[in-house]
Design a protein around this ligand. Structure first.
Ligand code: FE
Length: 135
């Protein structure tokens, strides 16, 4: 599917905070337990830090103990792009924002019910909107 939002790396670098650029546009990973949303408990939605599209909902967030914000599914009606990732000597499934291609994190098959999935997401790729602001 074509991207709704296309920018060059230089354009993103100018628009985004340095940590978001490094994680979302250069496939970086923030250090465990350091991200803004790891322990975040607010009620609302998490949107893409690059393009603002809806990605996750706090109703699906849980404490995985991994040190990164974890969700057992994307927000209702949202499709998250998945891509096989063989970097760093591992085989993982990378997850990306479908609209702008932002690197979000990875999905692992060790999550809780009802999906059994763990979306392990970098805070730097997300922006929280509380429920009222989001609706
Ligand atoms: Fe995006």
């Amino acid at each position: 599917m074509p991207r709704k939002v296309e920018k060059t790396a230089a354009e993103w670098a100018e628009l985004l905070p340095a940590d978001t650029f490094q994680v979302a546009r250069q496939k970086g990973t923030e250090r465990a337990f350091t991200g803004e949303y790891n322990n975040h408990k607010g009620d609302g939605e998490y949107v893409c830090a690059c393009c603002g599209d809806r990605l996750f909902d706090s109703r699906h967030k849980y404490d995985s103990g991994s040190g990164w914000p974890s969700f057992f599914q994307p927000a209702d009606g949202v499709e998250i792009e998945e891509e096989r990732d063989e970097s760093h000597g591992m085989v993982r499934v990378e997850v990306l924002c479908q609209s702008c291609g932002a690197h979000l994190g990875h999905v692992f098959p060790d999550g809780p019910r009802p999906t059994g999935n763990r979306y392990c997401i970098n805070s730097a790729s997300l922006r929280f909107k509380d429920r009222e602001e989001a609706s």
